[in-house]
Design a protein around this ligand. Structure first.
Ligand SMILES: [Zn+2]
Length: 328
């Protein structure tokens, strides 16, 4: 089986964005150590809107210039070590500013690409992709939507084709959330390791231009979330996130997961990492060819880093750890 460890490389988007050091640099360095030890490649979906905003505000602010320099340095290091840097778009950066020493994040009617007009979507996708291509000296070909909000894909199709962005990894089978600024519904998505599509990420089209590598999905029990929320309080040293910001609100989500079985991604963030082996085994018995794990440097914990290291140690000779790239 191919195992893809994929990370959304970004700050937080709630009231506090957190620091570059804690949300991005420090946890990503911890990931690099694991990757180095086992000679494996990972994929980083870079929040390009943030980098573009840094470019805008850095000339007037030495702290932001320092953030920008360090992030670029880390991205170059990741690329030099063979990791794949791909496109992650959180378009709310279009409406966010840096003032009074902090980022003022504006997500209202700006969290999803679909919140923007067709012309704005085209401009955002083109500008962000060009920025990443310039940074890496390569042509980015894999996309992950911020907050998984990729629908309706028909509004992205044209510009993606023009830019030859052929692969998406935003879908997770069974996923569904419509509240606050979030809107995605993957309940009808094919339950496959990968598939072609054209206008709708949930409808397979064998001759479609695009390929979906969905994030692997798992049904989590309420008990899992009771543990997840409880452990952070009981054992903060192991279970507190390294990232020092706050999440964008997901109204009603906590109650939902604590009271019913819910689909969510296979993830190496926090306590989710405890399920990696269980999830891999399930996907193997279902004859999956690909196992796509999502993570966020900001969401890692000491516990999850240890769990990930054990998971890689156990599997790196049995399976292929690969980066999501055009060479698939
Ligand atoms: Zn993101």
């Amino acid at each position: 089986m191919n195992i893809f460890l994929t990370y959304d490389y970004e700050l937080f988007f709630g009231a506090a964005t957190g620091s570059v050091e804690k949300c991005m640099l420090e946890p990503t360095n911890a990931l690099q150590k694991i990757a180095d030890r086992f000679s494996i490649s990972m994929t980083f979906f870079v929040d390009i809107g943030y980098l573009i905003k840094l470019e805008e505000f850095a000339p007037k602010n030495p702290t932001l210039q320092n953030d920008l320099d360090k992030v670029k340095e880390q991205l170059h290091e990741l690329q030099a070590k063979g990791h794949s840097l791909q496109i992650h778009i959180h378009p709310h950066w279009e409406k966010s500013i840096f003032a009074d020493g902090k980022w003022k994040i504006e997500t209202k009617n700006a969290y999803k690409l679909a919140d923007f007009s067709d012309d704005e979507i085209e401009r955002i996708v083109r500008t962000y992709t060009a920025y990443l291509n310039q940074l890496t000296g390569k042509k980015a070909q894999v996309f992950r939507a911020g907050g998984w909000c990729i629908q309706p894909f028909s509004r992205l199709e044209k510009v993606f084709k023009e830019l030859e962005i052929r692969i998406d990894s935003s879908v997770f089978s069974g996923g569904h959330f419509e509240a606050g600024e979030y809107s995605f519904d993957f309940r009808t998505a094919p339950k496959k390791s990968n598939y072609h599509f054209s206008k709708d990420v949930c409808i397979e089209d064998e001759s479609g231009y695009f390929t979906e590598y969905p994030i692997s999905s798992h049904v989590y029990s309420p008990l899992f979330y009771w543990r997840l929320y409880g452990l952070g309080r009981l054992f903060p040293a192991q279970h507190k996130m390294i990232g020092d910001g706050t999440f964008l609100a997901q109204p009603g989500r906590k109650k939902l997961v604590l009271t019913s079985f819910t689909h969510n991604h296979v993830s190496c963030d926090g306590f989710y990492a405890s399920k990696l082996t269980t999830c891999l085994n399930k996907h193997r018995s279902a004859n999956a060819t690909d196992f796509v794990v999502i993570g966020h440097p900001k969401g890692l914990t000491q516990f999850s880093l240890k769990a990930l290291e054990r998971f890689v140690a156990r599997n790196y000779t049995k399976h292929m750890f690969k980066a999501l790239t055009e060479e698939l």
